[in-house]
Ligand binder design. Structure first.
Ligand code: ASP
Length: 426
């Protein structure tokens, strides 16, 4: 008899809810915080680490296999061009939506001077820490990001998930070289990576068995470590503006999927939801990548040839949620300081927010570090970072969901455009 399996997204959702409830109960107990930190949080940390562990080998195996399967290089450049243009367009749309909303809602005007000063004092140290990191990244020429894509040592590159773009470069390079050598010479290497890829996919299946427990640990720890609820209230309008913008982006993705691939919203959301839930729980597109790839290929019907190329690149350069956040946060901070930004300054923010989201690493809190540059460029006090710190983690969770959903959307659109979108049962 065939038994109907309980869907993964429900299991994850239940894990998240129980984690939140558990966290709330623990905050009421004097020993609850310590207990959660020492005995529950490790569940989440182990889960996140195992996902990150898989990310680099997965990129290597699937990208080398995917690219080398292409008949010729022209297909790669066609796919590459479409991917980059679609990514840029969605990112720009996100920034513009953020800009429009923050200018209409004006969340900054709801913050009193007292709240502003309180927040500045409370989060000065955290803001300084992020500014210091940003400072280290400054002083480099505008082409530095291209220089950074090419690693000088692949083992070095593979030791840090922040260098994912370097690993992608290396994998594409090997894949292209494999296309250019005789078939019989390429076969052993291709077969190896093909088999390696299967092993990694099985490892992802195993890790996902632990997902409900992992997200339980992650969410319980986030609730226990959350700052005072009053600060959330003070930043309510700012958070509201951002969340509305992010929700609009999800609506736009659903529309794009419908228009370009004719797939229904329910089909798309059911397919991608486990990845969205993990993005929310881990705040990291890189950690979510293995699951995003699995879902996009097996549930949304995107051919491996496309997903193995579009998704790793998307995880590192396409961050629509982050770019929308940069725009909203920068203008919100300016508003709380009573600054009136000219149109040209706002256009400058569009540009820097787009670039910052491309440059941001797919890890938690990457967005807030890059925000320093956006603020500096627009002449907004960088210390204003302290204002949004209290709510940054939950908002990071939300923007990561958008980042991952955007990547999945573009992979479907690109797949359709190169006739590599398979029919999957709805
Ligand atoms: N956490 C985000 C991601 O990994 C990046 C950010 O906005 O901080 O996609």
């Amino acid at each position: 008899m065939k038994t109907k399996k309980f869907p993964l997204h429900w299991k994850i959702m239940i894990g998240m809810l129980l984690g939140i409830l558990f966290g709330i109960v623990m905050t009421q107990l004097s020993w609850g915080g310590q207990f959660t930190k020492f005995y529950i949080k490790p569940l989440g940390t182990i889960f996140i680490n195992s996902l990150k562990l898989i990310a680099i080998p997965l990129i290597l195996a699937s990208l080398i296999k995917g690219i080398s399967d292409l008949k010729n290089i022209s297909k790669l450049s066609k796919m590459g061009g479409r991917t980059v243009i679609t990514y840029l367009l969605t990112t720009l749309t996100a920034v513009l939506i953020g800009m429009t909303l923050v200018n209409i809602i004006k969340p900054g005007s709801s913050v009193t001077e007292k709240t502003r000063n309180d927040l500045m004092v409370a989060y000065q140290d955290n803001a300084n820490e992020k500014m210091l990191i940003a400072e280290e990244q400054k002083g480099q020429g505008p082409l530095q990001f291209i220089v950074d894509i090419v690693p000088s040592n692949i083992f070095d590159a593979a030791t840090d998930n922040k260098n994912m773009l370097q690993v992608i470069f290396f994998a594409i390079f090997i894949g292209v070289a494999l296309i250019y050598i005789p078939k019989e010479k390429a076969k052993p290497v291709k077969d190896f990576f093909d088999s390696f890829n299967h092993v990694i996919l099985k490892m992802i299946d195993f890790i996902m068995l632990a997902a409900p427990f992992g997200v339980f640990g992650l969410l319980a720890a986030i609730v226990v470590e959350a700052p005072n609820i009053d600060l959330f209230k003070a930043l309510g309008m700012y958070s509201f503006t951002l969340v509305i913008g992010l929700a609009i982006m999800i609506g736009i993705y659903i529309m794009l999927v419908r228009i370009f691939t004719k797939r229904k919203a329910s089909f798309f959301l059911k397919g991608i939801s486990p990845a969205q839930l993990l993005a929310f729980s881990t705040s990291s597109s890189a950690a979510t990548l293995p699951v995003t790839m699995d879902r996009v290929e097996n549930k949304l019907g995107v051919d491996k040839e496309v997903s193995s190329f579009v998704l790793p690149i998307g995880a590192t350069i396409n961050m629509d949620g982050t770019s929308l956040y940069q725009a909203v946060a920068a203008i919100f901070i300016a508003q709380t300081f009573g600054m009136d930004l000219s149109l040209s300054t706002q256009l400058g923010i569009v540009l820097t927010a787009t670039l910052a989201s491309i440059g941001a690493a797919a890890v938690p809190s990457a967005g807030i570090v890059l925000l320093v540059g956006v603020l500096a460029q627009a002449g907004i006090p960088e210390a204003g970072l302290a204002l949004i710190f209290a709510v940054d983690r939950p908002l990071d969770m939300c923007r990561t969901v958008v980042n991952v959903t955007g990547d999945a959307t573009v992979s479907m659109i690109v797949a359709k455009s190169v006739k590599k979108l398979k029919k999957v049962k709805e």
